[in-house]
Design a protein around this ligand. Structure first.
Ligand SMILES: Nc1nc2c(ncn2[C@@H]2O[C@H](COP(=O)(O)OP(=O)(O)OP(=O)(O)O)[C@@H](O)[C@H]2O)c(=O)[nH]1
Ligand SMILES: [Zn+2]
Length: 375
């Protein structure tokens, strides 16, 4: 038998052992107590579960060679899906045919997670076992990338997983453009390593030439900028093309036209988002709920109240310069290693601003964010 086959066999065996153990405990102690016993065994290092570990919301099993591998999922029964939203203990999962299931999370996944409430997050790719009548059990959570999370009381709470793109919506006028706010969202995108697109809406309200200096600065930094109008439809096709087959989070202050843009892309979509947002606002965890909305052109948008204003939750002042792309090459050249680039002498950043190698307005943004000023 090849090494690989042996490895797979071993993992199946191990997984079976774990399931059997879980079932035995459930039979002996009842469901709720079994959970505690499983946990106790894991902590004490006794029992078959001591060789399991939870990573990125999924579980791994240590095989005989000592490496961790994902446990098997019975692919003849289980289906792949995407978590659209999480409501308390129930996750709404959509399979690739577009059918939605109300899923609970497998007890073992929950038991072994460090944060039971957040084993599954909106945006997760999961394997689930359909249980008839539109219900199911989530058996496995695939590894994540592109996370929007917030830290509260020292714990990381994932708000959305597997986001590829952040559409930073601003408006050319009404409300007037706030470059500092765009910079704050860009910083969030840099921190989360999610690709940002600056989307300036309502360009029907002014001569686009007025925006060129600002657009020039962002383009030079390598950020994509799109000028659009939900009202006239200008460049809406380009925005639709950018959204298709991706998972995009929409951010931007109130009134810039996010809902109008969604409606221009897909009639009724903005309305659907708003209805659900209003509902979720009544819920307890208003600020942390997120929902994925499937797009007809493929992909999803995430546009939920708590996420729209998502910014800077976890950024500490010392980190800020590192998230301003253009400052990075200079920071190592400052005289003092702990230079904040605000008041110090022999500061390479300030020198670069003084002789126009760095944009003064972006530097002002840096100063404000670094100082913790409100927008
Ligand atoms: N002139 C002009 N007005 C627009 C455009 N897009 C949106 N508006 C108007 O701007 C206002 C706000 O638009 P919304 O789509 O509700 O903005 P929003 O960003 O979803 O706002 P919130 O839901 O409060 O976050 C509405 O009166 C729209 O008609 C545009 O391209 N041009
Ligand atoms: Zn400096």
């Amino acid at each position: 038998m090849s090494r690989k086959k042996k490895k797979i066999r071993a993992s199946f065996r191990k997984n079976r052992e774990v399931r059997t153990r879980e079932n035995d405990l459930t039979r002996s102690f009842g469901e709720s107590d079994a959970e505690d016993h499983l946990k106790a065994e894991r902590i004490s290092g006794k029992g078959s579960l001591s060789r399991k570990r939870t990573v990125a919301g999924g579980e791994l099993i240590e095989d005989e060679a000592g490496s961790y591998i994902l446990p098997d999922v019975d692919t003849t029964i289980c289906r792949e899906g995407r978590v659209l939203r999480v409501q308390g203990l129930v996750s709404i999962v959509r399979d690739d045919q577009g059918q939605q299931f109300r899923c609970a999370t497998r007890r073992l996944l929950k038991t072994l997670s460090t944060d039971q409430r957040h084993v599954v997050a909106a945006g997760d790719h999961v394997w689930f076992r359909p249980e008839g009548d539109g219900e199911g059990i989530i058996e496995r959570v695939e590894p994540r990338h592109g996370l929007l999370s917030r830290t509260s009381r020292g714990r990381q709470h994932v708000l959305v997983a597997n986001v590829d793109q952040m559409i930073i919506v601003a408006s050319a006028a009404e409300p007037r453009i706030k470059p500092n706010l765009i910079d704050r969202y860009l910083l969030t995108a840099e921190k989360t390593e999610i690709r940002p697109v600056v989307c300036i809406n309502k360009i029907d309200l002014l001569d686009p030439a007025e925006l060129m200096p600002l657009v020039g600065v962002y383009s030079q930094l390598g950020y994509q900028v799109l000028l659009v109008s939900a009202t006239t439809g200008q460049n809406v096709a380009q925005l639709r093309a950018l959204l298709s087959d991706r998972n995009s989070v929409l951010t931007g202050q109130s009134g810039v036209g996010k809902s109008s843009l969604l409606n221009a892309i897909e009639p009724g979509l903005g309305l659907r988002v708003q209805t659900v947002s209003a509902e979720s606002q009544k819920g307890r965890h208003t600020t942390t709920t997120a929902e994925l909305f499937p797009l007809e052109c493929g992909g999803h948008v995430i546009d939920t109240p708590g996420i729209r204003q998502f910014q800077l939750w976890d950024v500490i002042p010392e980190e800020v310069a590192g998230f301003f792309r253009e400052l990075r090459p200079y920071v190592s050249q400052c005289r003092f290693p702990d230079c904040t680039h605000t008041h110090e002498a022999f500061c390479a950043v300030k020198d670069a601003v003084a002789d126009n190698r760095l944009d003064f307005r972006r530097y002002e943004s840096y100063m404000q964010i670094q100082a913790g000023d409100e927008v």
